[in-house]
Design a protein. Structure first.
Length: 229
């Protein structure tokens, strides 16, 4: 996994709410989990993580609007059915674990923010259950290459998906179906790296997503001053 030397950590202070910084992962100073069966034979279940969280906070997760299950020891490997108990949860953090698939979100009827940064997620299927409520998806530092599945999120305003594996404009253009998307973090994807090196990343991205108000931590000013007049 990448540490503080990655491009995400070099962004300006205007990027105040990335998944990594907000959930406290930065406190580990770059010492992140390595997911391997040789290191951890059995992951923490969601049920056990909720029990630990309740013991730590003194709160009943079933009644909380914000639940933080990031960086479990050993890490969470599956989003299991115990998530269905979080009916009133609006902000859920599962970042810095070893989750491979997005599943079992059916019971989260109030979810607005889902943080899944620093896991092993390869695709975005499984989000249908929160399509009517989710406004922010934080999924940086995963293995996402295809964006099939994200277009169901009709109310999504914020998407942090830096350091994934999106390689072509065909996939990127699917984000245009997110009519309310305002804030996109995309640095560290092969597509962004290629076009940043060529000097046309921002122009190309904004041409495809003209409604963005912020791209990679920087405000979009007057649609780049109306293409410089």
């Amino acid at each position: 996994t990448e540490g503080p030397s990655s491009k995400l950590w070099q962004l300006p202070s205007t990027l105040e709410h990335t998944a990594e910084l907000t959930t406290g992962i930065a406190q580990r100073s770059g010492d992140f989990w390595v997911c391997s069966n040789t290191i951890m034979s059995k992951g923490t279940s969601i049920k056990d993580a909720l029990v630990k969280w309740a013991a730590k906070t003194g709160e009943d997760a079933k009644e909380c609007k914000e639940v933080k299950l990031y960086m479990q020891i050993p890490p969470i490997e599956k989003m299991d059915a115990a998530l269905s108990t979080l009916a009133v949860c609006e902000v859920l953090s599962l970042s810095s674990n070893c989750i491979e698939k997005i599943t079992n979100l059916n019971g989260l009827k109030s979810l607005r923010v889902l943080s899944l940064g620093r896991n092993l997620i390869k695709n975005l299927t499984g989000l249908e259950a929160v399509a009517d409520t989710l406004q922010e998806l934080w999924i940086s530092y995963n293995n996402v290459e295809k964006l099939k599945g994200i277009t169901v999120l009709a109310k999504l305003k914020v998407l942090y998906m830096s350091n994934n594996n999106v390689k072509d404009w065909g996939e990127f253009s699917k984000l245009a179906e997110l009519r309310q998307l305002e804030n996109l973090l995309f640095v560290g994807n092969p597509l962004e790296e290629k076009h940043s090196a060529e000097g046309d990343w921002r122009d190309q991205a904004l041409r495809r997503l003209p409604k963005l108000k912020k791209l990679d931590g920087f405000p979009v000013v007057g649609q780049e001053e109306d293409e410089e007049q």
